[in-house]
Design a protein around this ligand. Structure first.
Ligand code: IVH
Length: 667
């Protein structure tokens, strides 16, 4: 199916789905089975996944809180269902386990991290009253009828003779999942019946638990393990481990694989064992959860915004998937970089459909020997962007084709440029339609010329209306032109003109940044400005003079030169100046924080992140985002997190907001 056919099919499917939605929800007279409806919906979903740029806001797939879910009703959680901080590196786990206790003796509860659906069960006087999904953590969906069909969920708690009395109120949190063997069997049946298979056990569990018709849920092989409590009245647990020991004595299902670990080494050993058993486990897991066992230590550690500090999920590396490279396309970014992108046969990787992956540049393509038509191994490390591990040449049948980045920009056909020794190829045309919207947004951004009100939407309107073809056109806009735009009131038109006029008074670092020179961000713009003091001097600076500056490497120097060597760019700068842009001379900042590196963590009362950066950099200091031995000061505000711990560990000076103020006052 080509794109045009796909578009037509998508529209057809949307019409059908809308019609069935109406029959079902409004008239209460469905004319097709749920399965048939699901099939249509899923077909639509798959096509949209394949062509993400054809997705529109009004597609039935884009409804927030789709109707069936609305119909389930909502349940407010009496205490929020929090999330877990995920970590991926052994080093980070070590750090957590070693520092979390702050010197006190603690033990850890280690549990599998189930890949299912988090739910809460509310038992009042031992009777299951309500079951709900996690939802947004505060309010979930009412899935009581469905959960009642899960055989491992007791409808009434049991009172074993030697167990503590069943409490008046017990909220149990846990995971509903579908065992792997049952999942496979279910999919086999579905395919035999011509129904679409589920992508993975988690989707199957989630889909089954949120059915409107609980007889469907009942026919699905679901199970549940408890792992925590919410509110409890009438019993006081001693620690986290005792929770897991006591719940099963009341009839709740708790995983026998949970373990109490008395040291960080035991925790790591638990992780290794579970990772080894992963493929043999009867259910899917995506990591291990470690919880501080002692309630007093938990209390002392407290919370981040949405997750407690006393628990982490140490995630397994995602499994790679194999799929076919259907095509390689070239995308052109804001700075003109041409990026080859592999269009994949959509494939599920840890629950996410992946249909494209960046190949970065030609060198990468050559090094990995990527051909169109190849079978490739694709991976997602952690929660991040997918990447292509390698292709599998053994799977070739001779129809595969080599790929070479084009010598011309695919959008504006300007011959591309490639700096010596660099793998990156760029379109040098700053007026290239692929770049213009991004360039204007960048130009107008807060760190650039800070043109209030000129955001993404308006920029798109201006470009599409043909009013702005290159940056200087901004300053030729008239009130009449603006008033002709959709949803542009007289007042906003005037506001924009005022903002444009105001933006003409600017500073050299801002102006340099606003030009959007490849690899020249805020920090480098400031360096250039402070070293040369005027735009003319920077335009004239030679490559050798540029690289001679500390922090300006060959790539940045080449990029600056390339930008100003391009006549088109010089002309644009001249035009901007001719429109009355005035560049203030840089007041050279005192050298008072020179050579010092700052890291900010947590929220400060008196400054935003941008402000602290500006203050430090004006005084010759540097701001970094991660703590290392080279950090001079960590400035810790409210809710500061792992950077604070890292600083403590490395013995870096930690100051608070007041200390930072004092430093500034002295500087
Ligand atoms: S404990 C404050 N234990 O993780 C900590 N969560 O809860 C409360 N999850 O999406 C949660 N396995 O589905 C906990 N053994 C486990 C878990 C687990 C999976 C998931 C849960 C939720 C997320 C945060």
């Amino acid at each position: 199916m080509n794109k045009q056919e796909a578009q037509q099919k998508i529209e057809e499917l949307r019409e059908q789905v809308r019609y069935h939605n109406y029959q079902y929800y409004v008239l209460d007279e469905p004319v097709v089975s749920d399965a048939e409806y699901d099939r249509l919906f899923q077909q639509l979903q798959e096509l949209e996944d394949q062509y993400p740029d054809l997705v529109t806001r009004d597609s039935p797939t884009q409804r927030v809180g789709a109707p069936p879910r609305d119909e389930l009703g909502t349940v407010a959680h009496s205490t929020p269902m929090l999330s877990l901080q995920s970590i991926y590196e052994e080093e980070d786990l070590r750090h957590f386990l070693d520092t979390v206790a702050g010197g006190a003796a603690v033990s850890f509860v280690a549990e599998p991290k189930y890949d299912g659906l988090a739910v809460e069960l509310v038992y009042v006087d031992g009777v299951l009253q309500v079951a709900s999904t996690r939802g947004d953590g505060f309010v979930g969906e009412d899935i009581t009828d469905n959960v009642r069909t899960i055989k491992t969920v007791p409808l009434k708690l049991i009172q074993s003779v030697d167990a503590p009395p069943v409490p008046e109120l017990l909220e149990v949190r846990g995971e509903v999942y579908m065992p792997v063997a049952e999942f496979r069997e279910l999919n086999r049946q579905r395919e035999a019946n011509g129904e679409p298979p589920f992508a993975n056990p988690r989707n199957a569990a989630a889909g089954s638990v949120r059915q409107l018709d609980s007889t469907i849920t009942a026919s699905r092989p679901l199970a549940m393990y408890g792992y925590a409590t919410g509110q409890v009245a009438g019993y006081r647990f001693a620690n986290e481990w005792e929770v897991l020991q006591t719940l099963p004595r009341w009839g709740l299902n708790i995983d026998p694989r949970n373990t109490l670990c008395s040291s960080p080494d035991e925790c790591l050993e638990y992780y290794r064992q579970l990772a080894e058993q992963r493929d043999e486990l009867p259910y899917e897991i995506d990591g291990v959860v470690f919880k501080v066992n002692e309630f007093a230590a938990q209390q002392a550690l407290g919370m981040r915004t949405r997750s407690p500090r006393w628990v982490v999920a140490y995630k397994f590396a995602a499994r790679p998937a194999t799929t076919r490279i259907n095509d390689i396309i070239v995308s052109v970014g804001r700075t003109g970089v041409l990026t080859p992108v592999a269009m994949l046969q959509p494939v599920q990787i840890s629950g996410v459909t992946v249909s494209r992956v960046s190949l970065h540049n030609q060198d990468e393509i050559d090094r990995k020997d990527v051909h169109i038509g190849d079978t490739a191994l694709v991976e997602r490390a952690g929660d991040v962007i997918p990447y292509l591990v390698k292709v599998i040449p053994e799977q070739r049948d001779g129809t595969e084709q080599r790929f070479q980045l084009p010598p011309k920009c695919p959008i504006c056909e300007a011959p591309v440029v490639r700096a010596e020794g660099e793998p990156i190829v760029r379109c040098p045309n700053i007026d290239c339609p692929a770049q213009i919207e991004g360039r204007i947004e960048h130009f107008a951004s807060r760190q650039g010329l800070d043109i209030d009100g000129l955001g993404e939407k308006l920029v798109a309107q201006l470009v599409q209306a043909g009013l702005v073809k290159h940056l200087p056109d901004l300053y030729d806009l008239t009130k009449e032109q603006l008033a002709g735009l959709e949803r542009m009131a007289d007042k906003s038109a005037q506001n924009l003109l005022d903002a444009l006029a105001a933006s003409k008074q600017t500073t050299l670092p801002r102006f340099l940044y606003a030009l959007g020179i490849f690899q020249v961000g805020e920090h480098i713009a400031r360096l250039l400005a402070e070293h040369w003091g005027s735009l003319e001097a920077i335009i004239e600076a030679s490559y050798e003079e540029l690289v001679a500056i500390h922090e300006i490497g060959p790539e940045i120097a080449a990029s600056v030169r390339q930008f100003f060597d391009e006549p088109r760019n010089r002309r644009m700068v001249e035009e901007l100046l001719a429109h009355g842009i005035q560049i203030e001379r840089v007041e050279r900042a005192g050298p008072d924080l020179a050579g010092l590196t700052f890291v900010f963590t947590g929220a400060l009362k008196g400054f935003t992140r941008d402000e602290t950066r500006e203050l430090v950099e004006q005084r010759g200091g540097r701001v970094s985002s991660s703590v290392s031995r080279n950090t001079n000061y960590v400035v810790a505000g409210r809710d500061s997190g792992s950077k604070y711990d890292k600083a403590r560990q490395l013995g870096v000076a930690i100051i608070d907001e007041e200390g930072f103020n004092r430093l500034l006052a002295q500087a």
